[in-house]
Write a protein that binds this ligand. Structure first.
Ligand SMILES: C[S@@+](CC[C@H](N)C(=O)[O-])C[C@H]1O[C@@H](n2cnc3c(N)ncnc32)[C@H](O)[C@@H]1O
Length: 288
C-alpha cells in the first residue's frame, strides 16, 4: 500500500518514540528524507507527496534498525565534524562533539606557535576526523595518522580523499608508535590523540547504542582507562621535537591522572586544561 510523506513521517516518529529514541521526530524526518534521496525541506513542504514502494521499504528498514539501537550516523553513513562531512561505518567510532574541542584547541595553538611547515601526528585516528580536519585547516602542516584497525584506516583514507588532503596525510597501520619506529628521523611538533579511554569494567554500562554497535577497539582503555596515555607518554620523548606539544582528549574525571603521567614524563614546561561544552575537563595540552 502506498503512503504519503505525512503518513510515513508520522509512522517513523511513532516507531522511534516507542523505542525511546529521544530525537524521534527529527531522526524520523531525516531517515525518511534519506530514504527518498531528498532534503528535510522537501519532506516538510510536500506532505501529500507519495513514496515509491522501494522508498517506503527503505524507510521502514532504516527506522526499524534505528529503533533496535543502531546509531543514526551509521544508518546515514555520515557524521559532521568541524563543519566537514565524514564517512562513518561500524568500523569506526562516530566522531563526537567533545573531540571538536580538542581539534579547535590544536588549530588555535598551532596558529600561535608555528609559522612555517611542521609535522603533526594523530595517534588512534579512527575515521580520520582529527587528521583530515587538521590537514585541511592548517595549511603548513604535514600529517601522519596511525590506527591499529585496517577497517578504520580504509575509512580515514576515504575521508582524506573526500576532503582533498590525501597528499598531506600519511596513514599508517599499527600499534600506537610501532609503525613510526622504522621511519628514520621522523619527529613531530604536535602529537594529537583521542585514544580509547573507557575503563574495561565500565564498558558494559555504556548506552546500548555505543556498546553494541561502536568498535570495542575504539572504546576499551584497559582496567583504569589509562593504558593508552601510559603508552603515549612512555615513548613520546623519541618523537616530540624540542619546541613540541601534545594535545589529548581525556575521559571524564581522568585529567588528574593524565596530568600526572604528563608530569612524570619530565618533558613539559607547562600544561593547560580545556573544558568541554558541559564544563567537563576534556583536553590536556602540554608544552615543552
Ligand atoms: C576513541 S577512537 C578515536 C577515533 C578518532 N580519533 C576520533 O576522535 O573520532 C580510538 C581509535 O583508536 C584505535 N586504536 C585502538 N587501539 C589502538 C592501538 N593499539 N594503536 C593504534 N590505534 C588504536 C581504534 O581503532 C580507534 O579508531
Amino acid at each position: 500500500m502506498s503512503k504519503t510523506i505525512k503518513e510515513a513521517l508520522r509512522g517513523a516518529s511513532l516507531t522511534l518514540k516507542e523505542a525511546a529514541i529521544s530525537g524521534y521526530q527529527s531522526e524520523g524526518a531525516l531517515l525518511l528524507a534519506f530514504s527518498m534521496g531528498k532534503d528535510l525541506i522537501y519532506i516538510y513542504t510536500h506532505p501529500q507527496g507519495e513514496l515509491s514502494g522501494p522508498q517506503l521499504e527503505r524507510c521502514r528498514r532504516l527506522v526499524n534498525q534505528r529503533a533496535s539501537g543502531v546509531p543514526f550516523h551509521y544508518l546515514v553513513g555520515e557524521k559532521e565534524f568541524m563543519g566537514l562531512a565524514f564517512k562513518v561505518t561500524p568500523g569506526v567510532l562516530i566522531p563526537r562533539p567533545e573531540t571538536e574541542i580538542l581539534c579547535q584547541a590544536v588549530i588555535d595553538r598551532a596558529e600561535q606557535r608555528y609559522s612555517g611547515p611542521f609535522n603533526l601526528l594523530d595517534l588512534c585516528t579512527g575515521s580520520g576526523a582529527l587528521a583530515v580536519t587538521l590537514a585541511k585547516k592548517l595549511p603548513s602542516c604535514r600529517v601522519w595518522a596511525v590506527d591499529l584497525s585496517p577497517e578504520a584506516l580504509a575509512i580515514a583514507v576515504e575521508n582524506a580523499r573526500r576532503h582533498g588532503v590525501s597528499e598531506k596525510v600519511t596513514f599508517l597501520e599499527g600499534d600506537l608508535w610501532e609503525p613510526l619506529i622504522p621511519i628514520q628521523g621522523l619527529t613531530f611538533s604536535m602529537v594529537v590523540s583521542n585514544p580509547p579511554y573507557i575503563p574495561t569494567g565500565e564498558l558494559a554500562s555504556l548506552q546500548r547504542e555505543i556498546k553494541e554497535h561502536e568498535p570495542f577497539l575504539a572504546l576499551n582503555g584497559g582496567p583504569d582507562g589509562l593504558d593508552f596515555y601510559r603508552q603515549i607518554f612512555n615513548s613520546l620523548h623519541t618523537f616530540l621535537e624540542p619546541d613540541g606539544m601534545i594535545a589529548l582528549e581525556v575521559g571524564m574525571g581522568q585529567i588528574p591522572q593524565v596530568k600526572s603521567l604528563s608530569a612524570a614524563s619530565g618533558l613539559f614546561k607547562t600544561m593547560e586544561v580545556v573544558k568541554d561544552y558541559s564544563g567537563i575537563e576534556r583536553v590536556l595540552l602540554a608544552y615543552r
